[in-house]
Ligand binder design. Structure first.
Ligand code: SIN
Length: 525
């Protein structure tokens, strides 16, 4: 029996804790209330090839097509093959998916060749999964520590050996562990506009990075095309477009039909960029999503959560198009792992949005994220105690970008400026958002170098992750999937390479992951 600490209580964290509890001594740590996190706000659903007229091969093909050539094939195969089993287990656990005539109801979302999205409560899929999983965790032999902030991953003898935590009352504790599983979600709160809840501050990514783990593909943040353009944003599920809603510019023109044969159901990066261009052309005003043809009864029945939220914001979407804008939604990049969640630091696992398995490539297929949480959390638990192989080939052979861990070299006569969260989010939105340009990224890198934040805080985690995102975006001199550089608008030729961010201390030279000569990035961290 191993001592296992799981940090994070969304779909990946609860799945890991539950599965590990059958064999190990498990503590589940969560920053606020256990139910809080990105999972509970997931609307559209969960994609899996569970229907007879669908196939794992078709799901794999769609995932690869959306990923713009950067997917790790093995990770995609695992995701789509294990998906149906993981979903059936979830149903056995008590998750209640919507049905239609006694069968599972199925939805369509962008870039899927089949209607394969299972949903619950209409548009409240994440909330139902979280309910079912948390209820099972509470019935299992799992110690839950809530309102406990991950300060650091403890490293001893070159391996993860536990975590240090700080509670809301200021008390601290160190938990020893044989295996640490990070499942803290992504970095949506790096950006001014995001669909992510307040807790999405990259805590796991930043802690893994400080502990010495490699982070990969941080340039790839997915911007969801349609967040309600009101302060605080609110996700308007892609499933709404899947049911027939269309996007219009201020003059009523349906612009997506000019841009892609699949129009509003083109891959997310294409739709998000299309909207951003249209918004720029109309002086920054949001475009509108027109769902009026779907009718009030259908909208309130199929999308009760969105119906309530839009009405609370003062819109009757059955009668008037609603203003929408792209918003940061999901991190394709994260802590580099193999298909069993193993990071480059022995003893440290990362799963769900915290991890980068390479399954999503440069752009995640809609509704593959809840699935990823389920599938890779199960596999990470199964790998506990099973040794620690070398990093996967895509990590060893990636474009290595060394980023110093020890902080910015002091510039004579200057002092770092304490980070202001709102200013950081504006900077990231403008320089590392839907559209990027080398000049803006370089300017952002310089500004980030001049900032500081107290250690062991969300702001420190956001700041160090911002530096990784910018370093990665600067290092990728091409446009691919969600990473669009207007100074390099074409996708590069040849076999695409992953970005591998290697933490480097000024005093030491890191062991090479590969014989490839690393790219040096002059970005102080
Ligand atoms: C949505 O409902 O549009 C979000 C689903 C996802 O991010 O996969």
């Amino acid at each position: 029996m191993a001592r296992v600490v799981v940090v994070g209580s969304g779909v990946a964290g609860t799945t890991a804790a539950l599965r590990a509890s059958a064999r190990h001594e498990v503590t589940l740590v969560t920053k606020t209330d256990p139910a809080e996190g990105s999972t509970r706000y997931a609307q559209g659903g969960i994609a899996a090839a569970v229907f007879e007229d669908d196939s794992v091969e078709a799901h794999i093909a769609d995932t690869l097509r959306a990923g713009a050539g950067l997917n790790v094939a093995e990770a995609v195969r695992v995701l789509c093959t294990d998906g149906p089993v993981a979903v059936r287990e979830l149903i056995e656990l008590g998750a209640r998916f919507d049905t239609d005539g006694g069968h599972l109801a199925r939805g369509l979302e962008a870039a899927h060749s089949a209607s394969r999205i299972l949903h619950a409560g209409g548009d409240a899929t994440g909330a139902e999964l979280e309910r079912a999983l948390l209820s099972a965790v509470r019935d299992a032999d799992v110690t839950v520590l809530d309102h406990a902030f991950l300060v650091d991953v403890v490293v001893r003898d070159g391996a993860a050996a536990g975590v240090s935590l700080r509670f809301a009352d200021g008390g601290t504790v160190t938990l020893d562990a044989d295996a640490v599983i990070l499942a803290t979600g992504g970095w949506g709160r790096l950006y001014r506009h995001t669909t992510n809840p307040a807790v999405a501050t990259a805590d796991g990514v930043a802690a893994a990075w400080r502990a010495g783990a490699v982070v990969a593909d941080a340039e790839f943040t997915q911007f969801h095309p349609t967040a309600l353009a009101v302060p605080g944003s609110f996700l308007i599920s892609e499933a709404v477009r899947g049911e027939g809603a269309v996007l219009r510019a201020a003059d009523g023109h349906r612009f997506m039909t000019d841009l892609h044969p699949d129009a509003e159901l083109a891959p997310r990066d294409v739709v998000a960029r299309g909207i951003a261009v249209e918004m720029a052309a109309q002086g920054g005003r949001p475009v509108v999503l027109d769902a009026t043809a779907l009718g009030a009864e259908f909208l309130s029945r199929r999308f009760p959560t969105i119906d309530a939220a839009t009405r609370a914001a003062g819109f009757d979407w059955s009668r008037q198009p609603i203003p929408v804008t792209p918003a940061a939604h999901y991190a394709m990049g994260g802590v580099a792992t193999d298909t069993s969640g193993r990071t480059t630091l022995p003893g440290l696992f990362a799963v769900g949005e915290t991890a980068c398995t390479g399954a999503h490539g440069a752009n995640r297929l809609a509704s593959n994220s809840l699935l990823e949480g389920l599938v890779f959390a199960r596999r990470a638990v199964d790998a506990i105690g099973g040794g620690w192989p070398e990093p996967p080939a895509w990590v060893r052979e990636g474009r290595q970008v060394r980023v110093p861990l020890d902080g910015a070299p002091a510039v004579a006569g200057t002092r770092p400026t304490p980070v202001d969260r709102a200013a950081l989010q504006r900077l990231m939105w403008d320089a590392a958002g839907v559209h990027r340009h080398r000049d803006g990224l370089q300017q952002a890198a310089a500004e980030l170098a001049g900032l500081s934040a107290a250690g062991g805080t969300e702001d420190a985690n956001l700041l160090s992750t911002a530096r990784l995102v910018v370093a990665a975006a600067l290092s990728r001199d091409e446009s691919r999937g969600a990473h669009f550089r207007s100074d390099a608008p074409m996708t590069g030729d040849g076999v695409p390479v992953h970005t591998v961010l290697v933490p480097t201390r000024a005093s030491t030279v890191p062991a090479p992951l590969t014989s490839r000569e690393p790219t040096e990035v002059t970005l102080p961290c």
